[in-house]
Design a protein around this ligand. Sequence first.
Ligand SMILES: [Zn+2]
Length: 434
Amino acid sequence: MLLSGTVVADAATVLDDGAVVVEDDRIVAVGDRTTCLEQYPDHERESYDVLAPGTVGGHVHSVQSLGRGIADDTELLDWLYEYVLPMEASLSRDGMRTAAELGYLELIESGTTTCIDHLSVAHADAAFEAARDLGIRGRFGKVLMDKEAPPGLLEDTEAALAESERLIRRYHGLDDGRIRYAVTPRFAVSCTEACLRGTRELADDYDGVMIHTHASENQGEIATVEDETGRRNIHWLDEVGLTGEDVVLAHCVWTDESEREVLAETGTNVTYCPSSNMKLASGVAPVLDYLDRGINVALGNDGPPCNNTLDPFTEMRQATLLQKVDHLEPQALPAPTVFEMATRNGAKAAGFDRVGKLREGWKADIIGLETDLTRATPLHDVLSHLVFAAHGDDVRFTMVDGEVLMRDGEILVADAEAIRERAREFAAELNAAP
Ligand SMILES: [Zn+2]
């Protein structure tokens, strides 16, 4: 396939009249449109106003999709224990499948091609099956909770780790490596030391398996961890093995100098979730400091009940605006830096090589956007547009691993209206506060 348009190959490379050529799951050429047409005259052709690498959702909860709007205007721990965990506990396997499908549908429709997905305690198989069927790339993990969990989610430590191992054996590396596993403790508050140490051992036992958890999102959370362990949260995670290049920590809002040194020294990945941090009134992550230290920072929408959208373009906008106002510095987090976070940094955090840029030999994870829109006129700078003005609805084409998942705004891999209808039916039955 030969795709033509303005090609945003990466945050530093824009080809005004460019093309991307795809064969099987790979990009075989990126360059001038005329030259590509001469070199590949027989390839099927499509054109979009803008072509870009698919975005990477560096921290998402697809299975919370049925809870969009159930817990507005609450802080993290109330939000979690009063609303979101009871909802997760109430979901049947079919409900979980529908929730995951709805989440992946929203991601694919709005231009996210890879996600790092924090599932729930039960029914992880349903989400893996949905991800495989809908064609999204990602790193997924069943949630571990062996303390401070409501009925229905509390698990025995050994049983939780054994179930994680079963899922690794069943799904990790499937679909040519598109589906990968992360051992996923929910957070230090809900996991015993044995669970956290077992997480590290399990990840080390399987090639390419990573670790994904929440860390230092909220002041109440870090106070609880400090009371229980005598340590700041990042120091505690470091002690039990939950730092390193194979670890993704969502949030890291409340870290002190010594914790940031640990994150940098260990090469731990951090996912910045600005909308969630604002909506739950958690705080402002010290992202500029992390970047200065060379820490890899990805971007994430978190879950539909705390955002309430999975649109990566809205998230890019929020990411930079929040840092500008926090630092009273208009140059904080310029558009190219944010775009890099939402693409290649995310892919790196998720442990995918050759994903996150449009490059010869890289994976064909590509989105096409429309810019023949009033709010995209005039279009002086395409990166500025993508970060400050574009919206997920502008995405018309989504390809993952060379497979077209959406063309001309129509989802090809599932019956989108049927998913939305099932989601409305399951949402009506949810055991959650309105
Ligand atoms: Zn989260």
